[in-house]
Unconditional design. Structure first.
Length: 100
């Protein structure tokens, strides 16, 4: 059975305020509908029988990518290699233009 979750205009405005987003009336009604649909979908997941599913912390079976002590890292770039194509560098560091 599908559960219907609805988001109010006030909740959308609150989310917009938290995200520092000015929202038009058109956007508010659009997000009310979209967020309600999303939450309804997520709420329906609670109906799944997961009692025999083992908890997981990741799904890719990746192992640690750290090197053992004393092992040589052959993928490491030397400072000269990393900075050789940059337009501006000094003492092995990249120089960037000031932003502010």
């Amino acid at each position: 059975m599908s559960k219907k979750v609805t988001i109010s205009k006030e909740e959308v405005l609150h989310l917009g305020k938290l995200a520092n987003l000015p929202l038009s009336d058109e956007e508010i009604s659009k997000y009310e509908k979209q967020l309600s649909e999303t939450l309804s979908y997520v709420e329906n997941l609670s109906e799944l029988d997961t009692k025999d599913v083992k908890p997981t912390s990741q799904t890719t079976n990746l192992q640690d990518v750290f090197f053992k002590d004393g092992a040589e890292n052959k993928r490491l770039l030397k400072t000269e290699e990393a900075t050789k194509n940059s337009k501006k560098n000094k003492n092995g560091l990249f120089i960037v233009d000031r932003i502010m």
